[in-house]
Design a binder for this molecule. Structure first.
Ligand code: COA
Length: 245
């Protein structure tokens, strides 16, 4: 059964927050866009946050989406992928613009329920919202799940990677199998900046040289500049679209 965000009681809300906070590497939570926008997503669009509950009442996973007014061609979706999508949906709502498109922010399955095919159920639930609203497009800047093992490979080359004649990455594969069309790489999908001390703590080492560093769970390398005392992480994602069938 699916519930929306406003239907979560205290216990389920705690489970939701716990699973949410453990789904992504620490660096993602350093995003200013996540920090400034996420509560608005839940406040403005509670029925676009769909939570899958098992027969024993436990939280299995969820899909977070938001409506937006898409006013560019699919081929011209911004390089700022996820950051743009989040801010566009919120500003459209605040401006009172009529939405014409569904945007996917994330799909999460609780660790103990992963590997059982629930991600497809969650994508199909997003498609159900899209169909109900008759939106022609359901766009998502996806974060491929095995890319963190290849942080030095560009996303463009990673996208071409195959294994046994299949798309290598299981998350890209799952979307394609459920009807998505791949649009292309969004090269600045998440922009995260932090002081040197943050990166030193994350890596548990002193950083004395400017350069590119590998961070746990990050899809790309982080550029750390000793002169400015800052590090910058630009995460590449992949724009995909589920066209209305
Ligand atoms: C991404 C996520 C939602 C996928 O859900 P899941 O329960 O792990 O995956 P499913 O059981 O539904 O399987 C989906 C595909 O991934 C494959 N897969 C699942 N676990 C895998 C693993 N550990 N290694 C490789 N492939 C795996 C499955 O075989 C399947 O591919 P196939 O149908 O071609 O065989 C889940 O791993 C998750 O919540 N991850 C953390 C959050 C995240 O990264 N979300 C995606 C970005 S928004």
């Amino acid at each position: 059964m699916f519930l929306d965000f406003s239907q979560l009681d205290g216990d389920l809300l705690n489970q939701y927050r716990y699973v949410f906070n453990h789904a992504f590497p620490e660096v993602i939570f350093q995003s200013e866009v996540v920090g400034s926008c996420w509560t608005k997503v839940e406040q403005y669009f509670p029925d676009f946050q769909r939570i899958l509950i098992g027969s024993a009442g436990q939280l299995i996973g969820f899909i977070n989406t938001l409506p937006l007014k898409l006013d560019v061609e699919l081929g011209n979706l911004p390089a700022e992928g996820w950051d743009w999508l989040m801010q566009k949906g919120i500003s459209d709502f605040e401006d009172g613009s009529d939405p014409n498109c569904l945007g996917g922010l994330q799909v999460v399955v609780a660790k103990e329920h992963q590997g059982k095919g629930f991600s497809k159920t969650l994508i199909v639930e997003g498609q159900r919202i899209q169909r109900q609203l008759q939106f022609r497009n359901f766009i998502i800047p996806i974060r491929p799940t095995l890319k963190h093992k290849h942080p030095k490979v560009s996303m463009l080359n990673y996208l071409k990677k195959q294994e046994n004649d299949k798309i290598y990455d299981p998350w890209i594969r799952t979307h394609v199998k459920t009807g998505a069309k791949i649009i292309g790489v969004c090269s600045k999908s998440m922009h995260i900046q932090a002081k040197l001390s943050y990166w030193e703590k994350l890596l548990d080492q002193r950083i004395t040289e400017t350069g590119d560093y590998q961070i746990p769970g990050a899809l790309n390398l982080v550029r750390i500049d000793i002169e400015t005392g800052h590090g910058e992480y630009l995460e590449e994602n992949i724009w995909i679209n589920h066209p209305l069938d």
